[in-house]
Write a protein that binds this ligand. Structure first.
Ligand SMILES: [Zn+2]
Length: 245
């Protein structure tokens, strides 16, 4: 791409191992390898400031928190609502309208017990390479859906398959998105964490993706409980991503 800002290359050059249903691997921008790791929007400057949404896969913080993110909205395990309520987990749910379909009630219940609902497009299209109008329609359209359903204006957006380009970042900003959220760690179906870059261990500020839609022998609740044991084993807790972006 011709035009780049620091925000546009934050996650460049990494191989994303998981995070969206049906795709095991996606490569993001081909260039930018060796750039500094993802950072909070406050770190970002340059001529494009204000016109491109920043990309983050990790939050720079000294707080001993990690962030749990869930994609698509395909999995509606009722016991997951109970887990979020009992453990007071401020998880982030990135929802795709065509996947959630008539299932928004489940997410209303999750929201009522502390989850936040965020944007994962209308139709789960791979956005990179699409014209601005098409990308904007996917992002702004889901903003409108979530506003009409819940009266909210999501500030966070995750592109399907973790794939995006500069047009995505511009469209996201124009739709009111404050950050495009990827992940540094992803939970595999066996319950192990894999990492897109850096040291292969959980550290404060990590954004963790819990994929859905994969053949998994464990329920979403069981996978999350296992993940919580790993998090707590490292002296970490679950933070609210919105509070940091
Ligand atoms: Zn997805």
């Amino acid at each position: 791409m011709r035009r780049r800002s620091p925000a546009a290359v934050v996650c460049a050059g990494v191989i994303l191992l998981a995070g969206c249903a049906g795709v095991a691997e996606e490569r993001t921008e081909a260039d930018g390898r060796g750039q500094s790791p993802a950072h909070a929007p406050s770190d970002i400057g340059g001529p494009d400031r204000g016109s491109l949404a920043p990309v983050v896969d990790h939050v720079r913080t000294r707080d001993r928190v990690v962030f749990l993110t869930y994609d698509d909205g395909a999995e509606r395990d009722p016991s997951f609502v109970g887990l979020v309520r009992e453990r007071r987990l401020p998880v982030s749910m990135f929802l795709t309208d065509s996947v959630v379909g008539p299932g928004y009630g489940h997410f209303a219940r999750l929201r009522a017990v502390g989850a936040s609902l965020q944007n994962h497009t209308l139709d789960h299209s791979a956005l990179r390479g699409l014209p601005y109008a098409g990308q904007r329609a996917e992002i702004c359209g889901q903003q409108d859906k979530l506003r009409s359903r819940f009266g909210i204006r999501p500030r966070l957006f995750r592109p399907p398959y973790g794939t995006y380009d500069t047009t995505t970042l511009r469209a996201a900003a124009d739709c009111g998105i404050r950050a495009v959220v990827l992940w540094r760690a992803s939970l595999d179906p066996g319950g192990a964490l894999t990492y897109t870059r850096g040291k292969p261990a959980l550290r404060p500020g990590d954004i963790v993706s819990v994929p859905s839609g994969e053949p998994a022998s464990l329920t979403l609740t069981e996978r999350t409980e296992r993940l919580l044991r790993q998090i707590e084993g490292r002296g970490l807790r679950v933070g609210r991503l919105e509070d940091y972006l």
